[in-house]
Design a protein around this ligand. Structure first.
Ligand SMILES: [Zn+2]
Length: 218
């Protein structure tokens, strides 16, 4: 797979920026953890907002990688839709998944809802980077595994998963996605959708709490 390596100066600048962002992420993680503990005794809806904090952090991590690896590895520019054929992160998705997404997005547009892609297909290199960043961020492989798969197991690397920007689009998909075979797979990732064609007849399968419960991840 061909992807162009960034120039030396760019790489150095990126590294400095990454260190700064990494520091910020540590602070965010500490806040999120403290927040999480505080809320543990509270309700499950507040626990969901702790997940949102972690998710935003995860997203920051992804955008940070845009500069390092680029669109050819699956980094997706802001505002990318499921119709953007020129973006490899979209174009390299499984054709059936992409077809279902486009059909759903077309129907959602009638409801005034637009789908934006946070992440789709990713190269193994891109997935490796995400995993290594997650391990240093979360402090252990076990915790990182709740959020980021390996290049060997990731459904993003095989082109079988898409992350939709959280908005009324993810709400629309959780209500109507099964009609198109588009299902949320993990309870902790309301943005991550995969194609389950049988869902059109019988509805989406029960979700795994997080990817560590998914036999495909073992
Ligand atoms: Zn995903």
């Amino acid at each position: 797979m061909a992807y162009s390596k960034p120039a030396r100066t760019t790489r150095r600048r990126t590294r400095v920026r990454r260190i700064r962002v990494a520091g910020l992420l540590v602070v965010l993680a500490a806040i999120a953890t403290a927040f999480g503990y505080q809320l543990l005794a509270s309700t499950s809806s507040t626990a969901a907002s702790a997940i949102d904090v972690l998710r935003d952090e995860h997203r920051g991590l992804r955008s940070e990688h845009r500069g390092a690896l680029g669109e050819a590895d699956g980094a997706v520019p802001d505002g990318t839709t499921v119709f953007d054929d020129e973006i490899p992160g979209v174009a390299n998705l499984d054709p059936d998944l992409l077809g279902a997404l486009r059909q759903a997005a077309t129907d959602a547009a009638h409801d005034g809802v637009e789908f934006f892609v946070d992440s789709g297909w990713r190269s193994p290199e891109y997935q490796d980077r995400l995993l290594h960043e997650a391990i240093s961020e979360y402090g252990s492989e076990e915790e990182a595994a709740r959020w980021v798969a390996t290049a060997e197991t990731s459904a993003h690397v095989s082109g079988d998963a898409v992350d939709i920007e959280r908005s009324n689009a993810t709400a629309w998909l959780s209500e109507h996605g099964a009609w198109y075979g588009l299902c949320q797979i993990y309870g902790n990732e309301p943005w991550h959708f995969e194609l389950r064609p049988e869902a059109i007849d019988v509805g989406c399968p029960p979700m795994y709490a997080d990817p560590t419960h998914d036999p495909r991840m073992q």
